[in-house]
Ligand binder design. Sequence first.
Ligand SMILES: Cc1cc2nc3c(=O)[nH]c(=O)nc-3n(C[C@H](O)[C@H](O)[C@H](O)COP(=O)(O)OP(=O)(O)OC[C@H]3O[C@@H](n4cnc5c(N)ncnc54)[C@H](O)[C@@H]3O)c2cc1C
Length: 580
Amino acid sequence: MADYFAAGMSLYLEHLVDWEKLLHLWRGTKVDVESEVSAYRTILETAASLAQSFEADSRKHWSAEAELSSDGGATSPPHICAAYEKLREAGLVSLSVSEEYGGFGLPALLNGIYLEMISRADPSLMMIVGLQTGAATDIEKYGSEEVKRAILPKFASGEVQGCMDLTEPQAGSDLGGIQARSTDLPDGSVRIEGTKIYISNGGAEVHLVLARDAETFEESKGTTSGLSLVMVTRHNQDGSQNGVKVARLERKLGIHGSATCEVVFDGAVGTRLGAKGQGFRAMLDLMNVARLGVASQALGLCEAALHDAVSYAMEREQFGIPIAQQPLVRTMLSAMAVDTEAVRALLYRTYKLVDLNTAREAALARDDISVAQRVEIQEELERDNVRVRLLTPLCKYFATEVCDDITRDAMQVFGGIGYTMDSDVAKLHADSLIMTVYEGTSEIQASFALREIGKGALNVMFDHVRGELKEIANDPKRAELAKRVEEMSERVDEATKVLFSDINYALLRSKLMVQMVIDVVAATELLHQVPFDERRLDIATDFIIRRSLESEHFGKRIEAGLDGRVERDARLLELAVESA
Ligand SMILES: Cc1cc2nc3c(=O)[nH]c(=O)nc-3n(C[C@H](O)[C@H](O)[C@H](O)COP(=O)(O)OP(=O)(O)OC[C@H]3O[C@@H](n4cnc5c(N)ncnc54)[C@H](O)[C@@H]3O)c2cc1C
C-alpha cells in the first residue's frame, strides 16, 4: 500500500525547516519546539493514514454527485460526507485556525501537506477542507473579534463549512464585472442581492461574498474598487433561513463529489469583513491562500497518478518484460517523478516563506523584541512579501500545468485500459483539468507574475537565489549544477530586457518567461534537498539538465519573436475568424 506520508514531506518536517527560528519568532522563546514538532508529526501521520483509508471509496464512487437539499443548500455524496465526518472526529478539518479560536494554528507548510494528502485520496473532498482553511483564514484576518469568537470555533470543529463567492456570468477572470450589490442597513449589517455561479461547496453555511457597494455602484462599475467582502450565513442566529439559496448544480467532467453551485442572494443579510470598498484586497488574501491550496491539490493528484502509473508499469508485461523496463516508458515515469518533486520544491519553499512572514507579523505585534530587531524584521517582512507575491502565481501555474501533464502521461502508461473506466487513471486526468482554470486560469497567473516582475520582484527574488547558489557551489558535488542554475537565471535577465521593451509582446510571451523563472527557483530548492538525501542528486541533476536546455530554447524564442510576432498573431486571428 502506498505511503501517503511521502519522503519529500518528511524531508521538510525533519530537516529543511528551521523550526526553532520559526517558532521563536512566531510565539516567543518559551515555546517548546521539540514537542511542537512532535505534535506536527502526529497530525501528519494521522492525516496520512486517514486520507489513505479514503482512497478506495473515493475511486469507487468517483462519479457520485452532490444533490440539492430541501433547505436551499446542497448535500455532498455519501462517501464525501463519511470521509469528512472521520476527519472531523479526528479534529482535522480546519488546522490553520489559531489555537485561541479552537484550532491548531498549524503552519501553512504543514496545512499544505495535509491538503495534498487529502487531494491524493480525493480532490473533491479536498475542495471542502481547502475552502475551510481559506475562509477561516480570511475571517481571522478581517473579521471583528465578535465575529471571530462566534464563527471560528465552528470552523475548527467542522460544524460549519465555508465557500467563496466571486464569479458571476459576466465576471470571471475580470472581477471588475461584479454586479452583486451590497447595501448597508441601519443596524450596521449589509444586505446582498445578486447571483453567483460556479461556487464550489456553495451549499456551505458560511459564504464569503464579493459584492459592489450600492452607494458607488455606477461609478465603480468595471473596476475592483467599491467592492465589499461580506460574510453571509445560510441561517440567521435564530435558526431561520437567510436569503441564500443554491439554485442549481453544475454537471462536470471531473471532481464530481464537489458541489459546483449557482447561488442566489435574495435580500440575504450579512456582516462586512474589513473596510467598506476594500473587499477586493481582502478577497485577494483569500484567493492567494486558495491558489497555494490548489497547487497542493494538484501536487496530491500528481502523486496519485505517479503511484498508479508506476504500480501498473511494474506489473504489466509486453514483449516479455514489464513495460516499466521499456526505455520510453521508464523515461516517462522518471520525468513524472522528477517533475512532481520540482513542484513540491517550489511549493514548499513558498509555504516556508509564507510561514516566516506570518511569524514576523506575530513578532512585530509583540512587545518582547528590541527596536533594532523590529527594524530588521520589518525589512525582511517587506522583502519577503515581494517574493511571496511573485511565487504564489508561479506555484499555482506550475503545479496545475504539471498535474495536467502527469495525469495525462499516466493514462498513456496504462495504454487502452487507461481510457476505460476499468482503471482509475482517467478519473485522475478528468479531475486535473479544472485546476488550471479555477482560482484564476494559467493565463491569469502568468500575467499576475509578469506584473510582479515588472514591479521589480524578480530582482528581489534572484538576489536571494544567487546568494544561495553561491553557497551551494562550495559543495563539489553540487557546484557544477549550481553554476548551470546561475546561468539559467542570467538567461532570464536577458529575456526580461527583451520582453519589457514591448508590453504587448511581454504579455504574449508571459508563459515562457514564467516557466524560465520557475525553473531557476525550483532547481535551487532541489539542490538544497541533496545533503539530506543523496538520492536527490539524481532528481536535481535530471531537472536542471532538462530545464537548462529548455530555458536556452525559451530564451531564443523570446529574442527571435520580438520582430513582428504581435502583428502576425493579429493577422492570424483575422484568418481564424474568417475561416471559423
Ligand atoms: C468546477 C469549478 C469550480 C469553481 N469554483 C469557484 C468558486 O468556488 N468560487 C468562485 O468564485 N468561482 C469559482 N469558479 C469559477 C472560476 O474561478 C472561473 O471559471 C475562472 O476564474 C475563469 O473565469 P471564466 O470561466 O469566466 O473564464 P473567462 O474569464 O471568460 O476566461 C476564458 C479564457 O480567456 C482567458 N483570459 C481571460 N482574460 C484573460 C487575460 N486578461 N489574459 C489572458 N487570458 C485571459 C482565460 O485564461 C480563459 O482561457 C469555479 C469554476 C469551476 C468550473
